[in-house]
Design a protein around this ligand. Structure first.
Ligand code: PLP
Length: 390
């Protein structure tokens, strides 16, 4: 019997990228002898982001989920208070607010960016609304001028879930720097990574003192270190939201290289866009769109297909070619917990686009040969035949 041909090598969706100095900085952290949090590397990461992103205070956290939990607590919800947010997002965006006692009110997304539809926000505001949490999907900004004006008119806090938006900009302002609070992720699936990690941008200086307390187990230890109080003690709710110096040392090596990392992702993005241009022109798929004034960080290359059937068949074609393409969020308002909390109102754009979207492999070390195989497989699928031999 003839042997079956070997399958082509697998192309994963994501591969964590190591910039180069990570292990050296970790060794330095070990040598310095301080492995708990808020040492040399934690401070270095915060200063670097404060300068680059124009944020008054950045605090490192163990994850974007932790940052969102801190942000939600800082909003100071009372029973019955509401937060407006998109349903097309990761579960932490909503769960952080639910844990802090707020009721999620889901608003539909814009068809062009899959970001919260700013024109539908004001209709969702009630006398119980206290905050808006926006998500900058794929590192492309929400329409922040409009959203900040709505918040101002209605006396609402704005939290930015900028998990995917590190080193991306809106009209010259960094994502995460515009709301009262901004949340970053350095999970290994994001552009800049440290395994698990995050940051909280404190843009309203009035929130700084309480955020330091929440982050340090509900104690005023930071005030003690500054000499503002002569002993530290338990003063508020809090948790363990300080990452270790080992994590921060890894992250610092990535932050130093953020321009190189973003440039490489831009090249990969451009190659996909050029390779798929004929299909886009023929209306067979829609790539990500950045509105005027938005400079993204090329976190994702997604494609929206004509129907759910076409999307699922495309995923199957990629699987057969040993390429890991993936769909994205199951909308939260349709999840069991979301239905129970928010009452199952339908969000037509979210439901439609979530069911037609897939994401292509995107990581720093993706080679041109691998990318060409992804493009050829996709074009072959869209042309209705088997992919041409790579
Ligand atoms: C990744 C992600 C999160 C969670 O980040 P962690 O650092 O893994 O907690 C939250 N929101 C969005 C939109 C994300 O993409």
């Amino acid at each position: 019997m003839p042997e079956a041909p070997a399958p082509p090598p697998r192309i994963p969706f994501n591969k964590p990228f190591v910039a180069g100095k990570e292990l050296f900085y970790i060794a330095q952290a070990v040598t310095k002898g301080n492995l708990g949090g808020d040492g040399f590397y934690t401070r270095a990461c915060c200063r670097l982001m404060e300068e680059r992103f124009g944020v008054p205070h950045v605090l490192l956290t163990p994850s974007c989920t932790a940052s969102l939990e801190m942000a939600a607590t800082l909003c100071g919800f009372e029973p019955g208070d509401e937060v407006i947010l998109p349903s097309y997002t990761f579960v932490s965006t909503a769960s952080a607010f639910v844990r802090a006692g707020a009721k999620p009110v889901f608003v539909d997304v814009r068809p062009d960016t899959l970001n919260i539809d700013e024109t539908q926000i004001e209709a969702a505001v009630t006398e119980r609304t206290r905050a808006i949490c926006v998500v900058h999907y794929a590192g492309i900004a929400c329409e922040m001028d409009t959203i900040l004006a709505i918040a101002e008119r209605n006396g609402l806090r704005v939290v930015e879930d900028a998990a995917q938006g590190v080193n991306a900009f809106y009209k010259g302002r960094a994502l995460g720097s515009m709301g009262d609070l901004g949340c970053y992720s350095f999970h290994e699936t994001k552009n800049l990574i440290c395994g698990e990690g995050g940051a909280l941008c404190i843009n309203d200086p009035a929130l700084l003192r309480r955020s330091e307390i929440l982050r340090d187990k509900g104690t005023n230890r930071q005030a003690f270190f500054r000499g503002d109080v002569d002993k530290y003690t338990w003063v508020d709710v809090g948790s363990s939201y300080v990452p270790s110096e080992i994590t921060s040392a890894f992250l610092y090596a990535q932050l130093e290289e953020m321009d190189r990392i973003t440039r490489r992702r831009a090249e990969i993005f451009r190659r996909y866009a050029e390779g798929l241009a004929p299909e886009v022109a023929a209306g067979r798929l829609r790539p990500p769109h950045a509105p005027a004034g938005c400079v993204g960080n090329h976190h994702l290359f997604y494609a929206i297909l004509a129907s759910t059937e076409a999307r699922d068949a495309a995923l199957e074609a990629f699987r057969a070619a040993n390429i890991q393409a993936v769909f994205h969020y199951v909308p939260l308002h349709a999840a069991p917990m979301g239905r129970e909390l928010a009452g199952g109102r339908s969000l037509p754009v979210t439901e439609d686009l979530a069911a037609r979207l897939l994401r292509l492999p995107m990581f720093f070390d993706l080679t041109e040969t691998e990318q060409d195989r992804v493009i050829a497989t996709f074009r072959g699928f869209l042309a209705g035949g088997p992919p041409p031999d790579a």
